[in-house]
Design a protein around this ligand. Structure first.
Ligand SMILES: Cc1cc2nc3c(=O)[nH]c(=O)nc-3n(C[C@H](O)[C@H](O)[C@H](O)COP(=O)(O)OP(=O)(O)OC[C@H]3O[C@@H](n4cnc5c(N)ncnc54)[C@H](O)[C@@H]3O)c2cc1C
Length: 254
């Protein structure tokens, strides 16, 4: 970029240069082939992690670079100029899954997930949309039911970028009860890992563009997520009553 509305600092220009040279050297020669073949290059995750580009917005205590949003976007722009698919992989990872854990995760969750994510050992994904809940995300149906020390998740997520390669998937599911839906207030976030029994990668979209960024369905068949992987609080309803106003809403911290 030859000009900027906000003049870049020396550090930002240096990061821009590193990102541009990396993209020209490591991505540009393969863009056409990857796009044609719908090939996701797993080695790219490790390389971006080594550069620090998968932890740009994370604090140094989690092996991140502790940089600001503008600096991150300057680097992302350089990657996207060469290959929008790699930029999708990088931006999905750096935005919702890592930032949600950073903002709302417990100390244990941050320690367990953020370091490996910043280093590129675990790629992040975000699973909100469903086959029948796109723009109107609050109508999602995936149900989470508490069972002892686990939550049991059933349902299908759609269009999950990074889905087949992700080591950490931030999943939105309903914790309200089927007889008493609470719209967006009945949804909780879970940190799901692909090693959990019941985790299946489903249909991959054959897209017109961004073809080397995999966009897949994730199917959860009685997937048991440890309660320790619930992000923040879950709103659950108890004391079901025929009079909605008398229902007690218990906010459970688990
Ligand atoms: C390449 C790609 C990657 C994606 N990656 C992810 C991901 O990683 N995680 C994830 O959770 N989701 C992901 N999504 C899903 C995406 O975020 C949207 O949720 C989804 O594409 C929108 O749903 P839809 O396509 O069914 O459109 P619809 O919701 O059916 O909308 C169709 C059209 O109707 C319009 N529309 C919808 N509602 C209204 C309304 N009330 N008033 C007026 N107009 C309306 C929309 O603007 C749109 O033009 C991805 C999608 C794509 C295409």
């Amino acid at each position: 970029m030859a000009w900027a509305l906000t003049p870049l600092t020396e550090e930002q220009r240096e990061i821009q240069r590193v990102a541009r040279e990396f993209a020209e050297r490591e991505i540009a020669p393969y863009v056409d082939e990857w796009d044609r073949e719908q090939h996701f290059d797993s080695g790219m995750v490790a390389k971006l992690g080594e550069l620090g580009f998968l932890g740009m917005l994370l604090p140094e205590q989690y092996d991140g670079l502790g940089l600001d949003m503008l600096t991150y976007l300057v680097a992302l722009e350089e990657i996207a100029t060469i290959d929008a698919s790699v930029a999708v992989m990088m931006s999905v990872h750096n935005s919702l899954p890592t930032q949600m854990i950073l903002r709302w995760g417990s100390a244990e969750q941050k320690k367990r997930f953020l370091g490996p994510m910043a280093r590129g050992e675990k790629l992040g994904a975000f699973a909100l949309s469903e086959p029948d809940a796109g723009s109107d995300a609050a109508s999602l149906r995936m149900q989470a039911v508490r069972d002892g020390k686990c939550w049991v998740l059933n349902g299908t997520k759609a269009w999950v970028s990074n889905g087949p390669q992700a080591g950490v998937v931030m999943v939105m599911a309903r914790t309200d009860s089927p007889g008493d839906r609470r719209g967006p207030r009945g949804i909780s976030a879970f940190i799901v890992t692909p090693d959990l029994p019941g985790f299946h990668v489903g249909k991959k979209e054959n897209k017109m563009g961004l073809r080397s960024s995999p966009t897949v369905q994730l199917v959860f068949d009685s997937l048991r997520v440890p309660a320790a992987n619930l992000l923040g609080r879950a709103s659950v309803l108890a004391g079901r009553s025929s009079t909605p106003r008398r229902r007690r809403r218990i906010v459970a911290r688990t």
